[in-house]
Design a protein around this ligand. Structure first.
Ligand SMILES: [Zn+2]
Length: 277
């Protein structure tokens, strides 16, 4: 059973988190006209989501959403921004509006394995319990922005809004599904398949055919050696599916990438799509 925070919600952020936004109003990122906006076929041809918005928040009833936007603030998430460490305190929940954040498991030898990615379809920091932590590190892997909500305020909102609680619970369940699928994928599927899955999921979220990811970071995300990533990226590049030059990935043939990817991409996407439908 979920326990609740006891400090009244006063609408303040109340955190000393060093991440600073550009002072942009959250309203500029989630316009009223996009209330309940459906998935879009974006200009990059991906089957992604409306960019510059967070799907969980756009799925809220208008009255709840407008009140909620008063208690969040926009923050920049440059590459490698760590939002929390395994077992560490979570002082805020993030609703990404663009970019990609990974949940990763760091090992004692320095290796890092990605267990989930979160974009504007989701929430970073759930499941959240007062004074509790999660067994993963949350780190930004493709630069973007999020709407930051103080953890205590978030817990108060779960009590305040049944619609919000339903969406958060549904997303948390889908996130567990994604982590379960990733466990099987990391164990049984080839590096090319996993790389294709990762590229497709990132393509859905960044709203562009091009994004930046270093080979070293990609290897960490995939739990593969840098040389393995190089070979796999070379296979996809020679097949005409991507370009990859000094960390700059270009998706050239999305349909071809879907054909190469393992089943996990479609399974995870379907699970996440169910949250707001
Ligand atoms: Zn897989």
């Amino acid at each position: 059973m979920r326990t609740r925070g006891t400090i009244p919600c006063d609408g303040s952020d109340g955190s000393d988190n060093p991440i600073r936004g550009k002072g942009r109003s959250p309203r500029s990122l989630i316009s009223q006209s996009h209330l309940g906006a459906p998935d879009v076929i974006s200009t990059n041809g991906s089957k992604g989501y409306a960019h510059g918005e967070n799907r969980i928040l756009t799925a809220l009833p208008a009255s709840d959403r407008l009140r909620l936007l008063e208690v969040v603030r926009t923050v920049d998430l440059p590459v490698k921004t760590v939002l929390f460490e395994p077992g560490g305190p979570i002082d805020a929940v993030h609703f990404p509006t663009d970019g990609v954040i990974s949940l990763v498991t760091p090992l004692h030898d320095g290796a890092i394995v990605e267990v989930a990615t979160i974009g504007n379809e989701g929430i970073v920091g759930v499941p959240l319990v007062p004074l509790g932590g999660l067994a993963v590190r949350a780190i930004s892997q493709v630069a973007g922005h999020s709407l930051r909500m103080n953890a205590i305020v978030f817990l108060e909102w779960l009590d305040r809004s049944p619609s919000f609680q339903t969406l958060v619970d549904s997303y948390t369940q889908a996130l567990f599904g994604q982590i379960s699928q990733a466990a099987a994928c990391n164990r049984l599927h080839s590096s090319e398949e996993r790389l294709s899955r990762w590229l497709l999921m990132s393509h859905d979220r960044v709203g562009s055919d091009q994004f930046f990811i270093t080979q070293e970071f990609l290897g960490q995300m995939l739990g593969a050696r840098r040389s393995t990533v190089s070979v796999s990226a070379g296979i996809l590049r020679r097949a005409g599916l991507i370009r990859y030059v000094r960390g700059h990935v270009t998706i050239v043939d999305r349909a071809g990438l879907e054909a190469v990817s393992c089943e996990c991409y479609a399974v995870i996407k379907a699970e996440l799509d169910r949250v707001v439908h």
